[in-house]
Design a protein around this ligand. Structure first.
Ligand code: SF4
Ligand code: SF4
Length: 453
């Protein structure tokens, strides 16, 4: 039976065979310096509560949330605070960061005894998630507690575990399902204690046949959680396309899923919720896929937040023989939505899902030619936009027309650019314009109020 899906989308080469069969390995930092940017979420920077010279333990709170869209931050190693200063991050910016010299001992804070799932209540779950600094680890960076707190007043009937992982090359969800299915299931069960009227869905891609059958088997006696197979298509794991495929409900960019009765959590976030609520562990590790045609030993690695991308790439065998830093393009996520990593010394954050190394000579030449009005970009757009028209609005500098043509609904998925035979950089231009308009609340209107209702 064909998997559930949405209108539009594309089928890029997904490269998942490079790392799909690689069991998760735990990496320890080899570089002594660990960097913890104070912005690993969508809100204001968190506030340091340690000083230079302080000794810290693994799991210790080092910065507290500043406002409801901010998040707590914990050290992932034991050691000494050596600096609090701006450091480079993925994307090229500089963010105030706490720098810790790792002593290599990993002396942990003492965690209380594990909680039992049956004893949980909503208040405990929300308080613990907030304390643990959990944010949407699929890239949204929205503090999970914020999402749940606001959803708490709405009529939630659907909680979705998003294990679709549609971005090419990434396979950490694939491995999580095979290696730790109960951590995902328990994370979802914890969510269901917050929303007692809701049903749970675990959404997996139809190419994850083993994972689908494993989850079905483990949940065969559970009458509240359903495992669903979704079409192997990009961007099937995007929130709007995921919800539509599962429920038929539509969401626009002014709304959050709870406006239509849904809560969505990605795989790593659910695992972090399980670790925090049951075992009292804050968010200090995550799984990162290291892959691409330029990396010597692709794989999936459990890493400590704050490790440098260079450290992780070197422990994954580094570049293939004959390649140099100049001959590859390194991305922090995947080829569709990822940002370029110019400086490999940037740290892994709560939002880093992959380090993807692409050989430049293997990337097709992208010289733009005039539009042929073939309409393929329109067919591919998963949000029913007309990228051709929007790109014209951008090049003519007509912001009002861009808004009238629903340009603020663009999610930057890249489908239009990928499919365009004239190699026109539609997505980059349209999404950049959207971001520029979003800086101006007067122009962005309801779109800017998405997080301030
Ligand atoms: S896909 Fe490219 S060539 Fe075709 S209509 Fe869109 S912009 Fe023009
Ligand atoms: S990048 Fe924007 S305009 Fe292009 S296909 Fe995606 S949503 Fe549509």
């Amino acid at each position: 039976m064909a998997g559930l899906t949405f209108y539009g989308g594309i089928h890029p080469y997904d490269g998942k065979e490079l790392s799909r069969d690689c069991a998760v390995q735990t990496l320890f930092p080899e570089n002594g310096e660990m960097v913890f940017p104070l912005v690993q979420h969508i809100g204001r920077p968190s506030i340091p509560i340690v000083n230079i010279g302080d000794r810290v333990r693994t799991g210790q709170l080092i910065a507290v949330a500043e406002g409801e869209l901010s998040a707590n931050l914990h050290s992932s190693v034991s050691g000494r605070v050596v600096a609090i200063e701006p450091r480079r991050v993925v994307g090229g910016g500089w963010i105030p960061s706490i720098v810790i010299d790792n002593d290599g001992l990993y002396l942990e804070v003492v965690y209380p005894e594990n909680r039992r799932l049956e004893t949980l209540n909503k208040e405990t779950v929300l308080r613990t998630i907030q304390a643990a600094g959990i944010v949407g680890m699929g890239g949204s960076g929205i503090p999970t507690q914020y999402k749940l707190q606001n959803a708490g007043t709405a009529d939630i009937d659907t909680v979705i575990a998003n294990c679709v992982e549609c971005e090419p090359y990434l396979t950490s969800d694939y491995r999580r399902i095979l290696e730790n299915p109960w951590k995902i299931i328990n994370g979802l069960m914890i969510m269901l204690t917050v929303f007692p009227r809701a049903r749970g869905f675990i959404a997996v891609s139809e190419n994850n046949v083993e994972g689908y059958h494993l989850l079905r088997d483990l949940l065969k006696d559970n009458d509240r959680i359903y495992v669903k197979r979704l079409r192997n298509k990009y961007p099937q794991g995007s929130e709007r396309q995921l919800i539509y495929a599962l429920t038929g409900r539509t969401l626009n960019a002014k709304m959050l899923p709870y406006d239509i009765g849904c809560v969505v959590q990605n795989t790593d976030t659910l695992v972090a919720i399980n670790q925090a609520v049951i075992m009292h562990e804050p968010l200090i590790t995550r799984i990162v896929t290291v892959s691409g045609d330029g990396v010597r030993e692709p794989g999936n690695f459990r890493v400590r937040i704050g490790m440098s991308c260079r450290d992780i790439l070197e422990q994954a065998g580094g570049l293939k023989p004959g390649l140099t830093r100049r001959s590859v393009l390194i991305l922090d996520e995947g080829p569709m939505m990822g940002s370029v990593i110019d400086d490999l010394d940037v740290p892994v954050t709560k939002l880093t899902s992959g380090i993807i190394v692409m050989v430049k000579d293997n990337i097709p030449y992208q010289e733009e030619t005039p539009c042929t009005r073939c309409g393929r970009c329109v067919d591919a757009c998963p949000n029913n936009l007309n990228p051709l028209v929007l790109e014209k609005d951008v090049t003519k500098g007509n912001d009002q027309k861009f808004i009238d043509h629903n340009g603020l609904e663009c999610c930057g998925c890249g489908c239009c650019s990928y499919i365009c035979p004239s190699k026109i950089q539609l997505s980059a231009r349209i999404y950049a314009k959207k971001r520029a308009i979003m800086q101006d609340p007067a122009m962005a209107g309801d779109y800017a109020r998405r997080f301030t209702r």
